[in-house]
Design a protein around this ligand. Structure first.
Ligand SMILES: C[S@@+](CC[C@H](N)C(=O)[O-])C[C@H]1O[C@@H](n2cnc3c(N)ncnc32)[C@H](O)[C@@H]1O
Length: 208
């Protein structure tokens, strides 16, 4: 056997590989935050309690297309897929190419589509995949740190993309997202998730 075949990787690489295995998706998320703090906007993924509370009003039987903006490392993806009908689709859109690569490698489900792009282009993206409307759109976007005007643009595109009776589901550390939603959603239900770090506001904007 040659000496190169026996050579161990350098110590630092081994420590990094061990840390990656230990932290799992949290490690990928924290690394994403350290690389793009403004785009990611949170140091930790959402809590399980936030996921359950946010998804509670969804009518899964009437859901053919569920869209998620800013899935990160997929905290909501598996819970959504667990509820989704066999003939329905979960389409996620994230601006961070590392997160999209990670999701494509880790989620093997024929109902799952991961798109590298901006939530602002939701109508063009769903049309590309043959859909006219989404039933529900979930947002984990950091509205408070998004560039000026992007919040209102995304709220308007979302209202256009949703079918009547569908909803825009938003969780946010600050209540500012409600201001973007209000011009396009007359009925907005609100809640709070205290299990999140830090606690966050929840909004459900219903399309008339
Ligand atoms: C706070 S993280 C949400 C993480 C995840 N949804 C969770 O619950 O743990 C915000 C995510 O929004 C993404 N993002 C930021 N701006 C975006 C945009 N314009 N379009 C799509 N995704 C965007 C970031 O890359 C990041 O993955």
């Amino acid at each position: 056997m040659s000496s190169t075949a026996l050579a161990k990787p350098p110590l630092l690489d081994r420590i990094k590989a061990r840390a990656r295995r230990f932290l799992g998706p949290w490690g990928v998320f924290i690394k994403g935050f350290l690389k793009h703090p403004v785009m990611v906007g949170a140091i930790l993924p959402s809590s399980g309690g936030t996921v359950v509370k946010m998804l509670a009003p969804v009518d899964w039987a009437q859901t053919k297309l569920f869209v998620e903006y800013g899935p990160g490392v997929g905290t909501f993806c598996q819970p959504v897929l667990d509820h989704l009908r066999p003939d329905a689709t979960l389409l996620v859109i994230d601006l961070n190419a590392d997160f999209i690569d990670y999701l494509r490698k880790t989620i093997r489900d024929s109902r799952f589509i991961a798109v590298h792009g901006s939530a602002a282009c939701v109508n063009e993206i769903i049309a590309e995949f043959g859909f006219q409307h989404a039933d529900y759109i979930l947002s984990g976007l950091p509205f408070s740190t998004l560039p000026d005007n992007l919040g209102p643009v995304i709220a308007e595109s979302t209202a256009r993309a949703l079918r009547p009776g569908g909803a825009f589901l938003v969780y946010q550390y600050r209540a500012r997202a409600r201001d973007f939603m209000a011009p396009f959603f007359r009925k907005i239900d609100t809640g709070i998730s205290l299990t999140n770090i830090p606690p966050c506001h929840l909004f459900w904007g219903w399309k008339e």
